[in-house]
Ligand binder design. Sequence first.
Ligand code: ARG
Length: 463
Amino acid sequence: MATMQDNQTWSGRFNEPVAELVKRYTASVDFDKRLALFDIQGSLAHAQMLAHCNIISAQDLQDIQRGLAQIENEIINGDFVWLLDLEDVHLNIEKRLTTLVGDAGKRLHTGRSRNDQVATDIRLYLRSSIDDIILLLKAMQTSLLNLAQHHTHTIMPGFTHLQVAQPVSFAHHLMAYFEMCQRDVERFSDARHRVNRLPLGAAALAGTSYPIKREFVAELLGFEAVCQNSLDAVSDRDFAIEFTACAALVMTHLSRLSEELILWMNPRFGFIDIADRFCTGSSIMPQKKNPDVPELVRGKTGRVNGNLVALLTLMKGQPLAYNKDNQEDKEPLFDTVDTLTQTLRIYADMMTGITVKPEAMRRAALQGYATATDLADYLVKKGLPFRDAHEAVALAVRYAEQKNCDLAELKLEELQEFSNLISDDIYAVLTLEGSLAARNHTGGTAPQQVEAAIARARKLLAG
Ligand code: ARG
């Protein structure tokens, strides 16, 4: 009769051992051992259910609990010996359990398969990662608010096409990123519901003939629901793809901010400085101070986007149900979690190391005719149709450009050449402060509105 031999769970069916190269090619323990504590958590819940349903004895359960507790300690203390021969995290732990507690260990796998087991482990892992990431996103939001709070009156040029467009406050600009991060939090919270469902009980693909209670396991593990179809439960990784898409969006947002920090730190902008501890020098050019952290964030966004594409591609050709292809989900996922958590941690800290240079921002805002729209709006309010106002102001800007001065520096008579609707109340309109104050509605850049936005944001974070 076929017996389970030392290191080969299915050896009874085979006439020759797996080739060394194949063993190394198919093994995942080097990376999936990261799931170990979640694997134990899932096994404990499964065993409890098996005992509850009288599928294993109370004594078996006790033995399993004792053995898994010891294994957990060994893993935490770094004493656990991982064997490539045992392929993956699941078989390594199961084998050790059997060594420790005998037959009870062999009974643990009753009514389950590694297919539903691994899907459960990944879901537990991702659920916990999402909780960490949401906290990190909130820390990033707090950093943004703390900086924004001091700059509702700091005026910089707002850009479109990277050309000076209209003045905005630096706080308003920062609060745009607060909003992006808030949607990121919402996206992760929403994805969490779809991650937080239990595959266990699906077994290999069709369910199991034992009288199991899946809801019991779901409750123990804090899952919101059980996966409703066994084939789907073991095979789809859409929840992992969704997670990675959420991560790619966070990285994309941070990459945009990074691009701005890099530009702003360039002396031609000179809007900010980044604390030395986040920068490096050059080995050859003594004058250099490089914004390495934002540059790397921009670069690492490519990795995470790549992980998303990898997972989508991994999934697209797979027939139901489980296929070994799915083992390839782990490295992109782990890399995504590591990259995102490290990036968020460093970013929240870096925001506290930013020195703002309001004079440089102001100088830049004064240079690009940033209040030209305000002049047009002024004319419209005096009765001129907008298109005519637009044309009048365009001519005024050309004139000022030739004189190499700002609109506000033109004499009243000069301005009146472009429209006789202009009177001396125009100068208040043409100031940067006047331009900001005029945009006084929800979402506008008026200091009063941005202060209100910051207050709303604080409340949101506290809630
Ligand atoms: N290491 C495998 C994975 O990550 C576990 C499931 C293996 N199942 C199987 N039938 N070979 O997907």
